[in-house]
Design a protein around this ligand. Structure first.
Ligand SMILES: Cc1cc2nc3c(=O)[nH]c(=O)nc-3n(C[C@H](O)[C@H](O)[C@H](O)COP(=O)(O)OP(=O)(O)OC[C@H]3O[C@@H](n4cnc5c(N)ncnc54)[C@H](O)[C@@H]3O)c2cc1C
Length: 351
């Protein structure tokens, strides 16, 4: 591991100031992503600013009837919070479909948003990777690209964002609250928080250096939400494809719908046009099939991941059927996928 300095911050101001004093600093929350990548020599910060003791763990109601998730609230605390269990079911399902109880106890809300891709080529320092080392190329393009993106990728990067929680937060229209290093705050709608690779695949989000996430705010929501994850085995695996749905009903008609797709792009992918097709209509299997076709009409498969398109469509139909009550919930937020196409590239699919 590359040597680094360590500072423990007690307040937001302290954290921002400590970060500003170090030329190549990184924040440290639960450490479940940051420390792994440092041990593997993928990340080499000059200093870690430990924010674990900064008082940002509260989960509280907001004035407009929503819920504020403090950046340091653990994934476990969020998933089992009474209001999340009651009003944001899809978020609880998404968190509990990821990692293990031990990791969820350590992992924070802010850190979950900023976890890095599970692309095996990013994590292997012997391979070319523009995300790890800009300008070196993308070994996944000609490699085994079975777990990679079918939307929004380019020749610089075909990695996907791995988080389950973020897919649900996108469907629930959350807002990321950020403290800027030189004073002031900004609010970033969740759908704009993560980036597509473009010319800077090393940047996963629109955060600027030294900006600190202070909370993620959920707007008031009285509808139904649901998260469905398909993976290689029934637990402790990252998604091959996932779907988060937020539906608001007016009697038996769909009044509003948001659909986010996971593990198909460099960010949670909003299927906005597909969701629009549902509005003003009654839940129906044929309607959901048409929406799924729409959601994937612009998907571009790579050599090894064309399976994600039919899998994604079927997952979306089932998620819509379950959310709208046309099909009973299968009792788990995750589904194992029996693949005929062999194993996943690398062995880095544990989740
Ligand atoms: C074995 C294993 C399996 C996993 N499986 C899954 C899975 O199935 N699904 C899933 O979604 N995730 C999975 N994860 C990922 C896990 O959810 C993340 O590692 C975790 O959420 C990161 O949170 P953390 O607090 O530990 O972040 P850290 O590791 O402390 O930090 C991660 C990044 O966030 C930055 N950061 C942290 N807090 C802030 C803040 N407040 N403001 C600005 N920057 C900040 C850090 O600088 C760092 O860049 C798995 C992880 C492991 C190790």
């Amino acid at each position: 591991m590359h040597p680094f300095r360590y500072n423990r911050a007690q307040t937001v101001e302290d954290a921002l100031q400590s970060f500003g004093k170090e030329p190549n600093a990184a924040f440290l929350a639960g450490g479940t992503s940051q420390l792994d990548l440092m041990k593997e020599d993928v990340l080499r910060p000059g200093a870690l600013i430990d924010i674990k003791r900064v008082p940002l763990s509260a989960i509280m109601a907001t004035k407009d009837g929503g819920l504020r998730l403090g950046a340091n609230a653990s994934n476990t605390a969020v998933a089992y919070h009474e209001q999340v269990q009651k009003r944001y079911v899809g978020l609880a399902e998404a968190i509990l479909a990821g990692a293990s109880p031990q990791i969820r106890n350590m992992a924070s809300t802010g850190g979950n948003l900023l976890q890095r891709t599970r692309c095996p080529y990013y994590r292997d320092t012997t391979q070319a990777c523009n995300k790890r080392e800009p300008g070196t190329g993308c070994a996944a393009l000609e490699g085994i690209n079975r777990v990679h993106a079918v939307f929004g990728a380019n020749e610089k990067c075909i990695a996907t964002h791995p988080s389950d929680m973020c897919v649900a937060l996108a469907a629930l229209n959350a807002v990321v609250q950020v403290q800027k290093p030189k004073g002031g705050t900004r609010s970033i709608p969740f759908a704009d928080f993560h980036r597509l690779p473009g010319d800077e695949p090393q940047r996963d989000t629109v955060l600027e250096p030294g900006e600190l996430i202070t909370s993620v705010d959920l707007p008031a929501f009285t509808g139904r939400s649901h998260y469905l994850k398909v993976r290689e085995r029934a637990s402790y695996a990252y998604a091959l494809v996932s779907v988060a749905i937020a539906l608001e009903m007016d009697g038996d008609t769909i009044k509003a719908a948001r659909i986010a797709l996971g593990s198909v792009a460099h960010k949670p992918w909003m299927a906005t046009d597909a969701a629009k097709e549902l509005v003003g209509k009654k839940p129906d299997a044929a309607l959901f099939r048409a929406a799924a076709e729409k959601a994937f009409e612009d998907a571009k498969p790579l050599q090894h991941n064309a399976y994600k398109i039919p899998l994604g469509k079927n997952t979306l139909v089932r998620a819509l059927m379950e959310t709208s009550g046309l099909m009973p919930l299968q009792g788990t937020a995750g589904t194992a996928f029996a693949s005929s196409a062999g194993g996943v590239a690398g062995d880095d699919i544990e989740g």
